[in-house]
Design a protein around this ligand. Structure first.
Ligand code: ADP
Ligand code: MG
Length: 497
């Protein structure tokens, strides 16, 4: 049978599957697609399509020799592998959604980083390749390496809780996490420099970039790590100017081995700060130091930051984090609950994961709020409490209250039978319960007086009017009774929660 691209690639996948972990296989190989199989002068060449440039970097970095031996095995000693990468255009105005590149899966021997090849290939395409690393400018002089300068101690400012261990992996952050871990294991030594992590609020950017810092601190204690937000950087730079300490500021930054700057979009409009950061960036990058950045949006969407800085942000790797899927939200809730040593029923966690969908910080906040309420008001942490507490977070999505539900709650409160409230009896305690229920039926539902009357044993609408007036009067004049009515109102409010 004739060998097709699909078949050849499937054979490769069989080999690869035996050589990498299940997780790596799923992350890095499953998303690849066979594109073409061609007969070239020297032999067969197989082209696979990669979902993004990120994969190209990653495969070259981590699986180069595995891919080479696999392809040789499947296609013979002259077999070659090529990648097709679709690169998103920055300029959406052209109406063309992307441009494609064809890359040999092989680095030339004289170019260990694979950079020149990539840049050379890229040069045919206009500069709109969003995450494509341009080749770093050469010849930036580095006046900052002062021989013999003594290192001052730099406090890392890391939050020790933000570790990889505590970071739950899901489809929403898998690539970003893998890249972050690779960087942490080899800061400055991967082609992911700088690493720019971007995405909306509360999706774990700060956690992940600090995890890199904590990992490096734990495993390479001699490395100087610094985490700052771009606001801190700005404020401290302004202070340095005011106190004539700009050169100290500069020197301090130039001795960092791993510099992590959070929320770089806040550099927007701060030209002096950007300029200072530009020089620090160049100095560190040239010396092979690792730079890790986060932003709340893709670099091409950041406004008010100089082009030369934005383009540097994209020299290395840009990866995004997205909103977590249901399973990841559940996993995060499980983890947080167990970290806090609390046992929360599955249905409550599911309720939360179903209703809080966009943001991990909110999910965490909801859990904390739930526990706080449980402790504060000494209530069981159950679904009723969960619904109650999370109401303003998720909005009231319940069906409107029904007359039957009102009758049930009121009768439970007064300990009378629901049947009696719907019957003709004139027993005093039943009459009271019936009036209260009628009052709430009028207050809380949109039913007409007539309909309400019908629900109470076919009574006339004037009976409902009378009941309502009587309850209102007593609420106004009798504080003990007012409290009774408030308690019932609360119970009705909680009826289904
Ligand atoms: P961002 O910087 O993107 O706004 P953060 O990193 O501050 O978000 O995350 C918000 C909260 O959610 C933090 O407490 C963080 O620990 C938690 N969090 C975010 N993503 C995860 C994750 N994947 N696993 C565990 N906790 C997470
Ligand atoms: Mg953050």
């Amino acid at each position: 049978m004739e060998l097709t691209a699909e078949k050849a690639w499937n054979e490769c996948l069989d080999v690869i599957r035996d050589n990498v972990s299940v997780q790596s296989y799923r992350t890095w190989f499953e998303p690849l697609r066979a594109a073409r199989l061609e007969e070239m002068n020297e032999g067969l060449s197989l082209t696979v399509r990669l979902p993004s440039r990120f994969y190209f970097e990653w495969l070259e970095e981590h699986y180069f020799s595995l891919l080479r031996s696999t392809v040789t095995r499947v296609l013979g000693p002259t077999g070659k592998l090529f990648y097709d990468v679709t690169i998103e255009k920055e300029d959406v105005g052209t109406g063309n959604s992307g441009s494609s590149m064809h890359l040999p899966a092989r680095r030339p021997a004289n170019e260990p980083q694979g950079r020149a090849l990539w840049a050379e290939r890229a040069s045919g395409t206009p500069q709109h390749t969003a995450s494509l690393p341009a080749s770093p400018e050469h010849g930036i002089s580095n006046p900052f390496v002062i021989p013999g300068i003594r290192k001052v101690h730099v406090e890392s400012r890391l939050n020790p809780n933000y570790t990889f261990d505590r970071f739950i992996e899901g489809d929403c952050n898998r690539l970003a996490r893998s890249a972050a871990l690779a960087i942490a294991q080899n800061p400055g030594g991967t082609s992911f420099n700088p690493f720019l992590l971007y995405g909306g609020v509360g999706l774990g950017k700060t956690h992940l970039i600090q995890a890199i810092g904590n990992y490096v601190q734990a495993n390479a204690p001699a490395d100087t790590v610094l985490y700052v937000s771009s606001e801190q950087f700005t404020n401290e730079f302004v202070q340095a100017i005011q106190h004539n300490k700009v050169s100290d500021f500069s020197l301090m930054y130039r001795q960092i081995d791993l510099l992590i700057i959070d929320d770089v979009q806040f550099f927007s409009g701060k030209e002096k700060t950007q300029e200072e950061f530009f020089h620090i960036f160049n100095a560190l990058h040239q010396n092979g130091k690792q730079i890790v950045l986060s932003a709340d949006r893709a670099p091409r969407d950041i406004k008010g930051v100089e082009e030369r800085l934005l383009s540097r942000f994209q020299w290395g790797l840009s990866a995004d984090v997205q909103s977590p899927e249901f399973e990841t939200r559940m996993a995060i809730l499980h983890r947080k609950a167990s970290e806090d040593g609390i046992d929360i029923a599955e249905d409550i966690l599911q309720y939360m994961a179903h209703n809080i969908t966009s943001n991990i910080r909110e999910l965490e906040g909801a859990l904390i709020r739930l526990l706080a309420h449980g402790t504060l008001y000494n209530r069981d942490v159950d679904l009723v409490l969960a619904k109650d507490v999370l109401m303003d977070l998720v909005g009231d999505t319940r069906a409107p209250v029904t007359i039957d539900q009102i009758q049930r709650v009121v009768c439970q409160y007064f300990n009378v039978s629901e049947d009696l409230v719907r019957a003709k009896t004139r027993k005093r305690e039943v009459v009271r319960a019936r009036q209260v229920a009628m009052y709430f039926a009028k207050e809380l539902t949109h039913h007409s007086l007539k309909t309400i009357g019908l629900h109470f044993g076919g009574r006339d609408h004037s009976t409902v009017i009378h009941a309502r007036r009587s309850i209102k009067n007593q609420v106004e004049t009798d504080s003990a009774f007012r409290q009774v009515v408030e308690e019932i109102a609360h119970a009705i409010e909680l009826r289904t929660r």
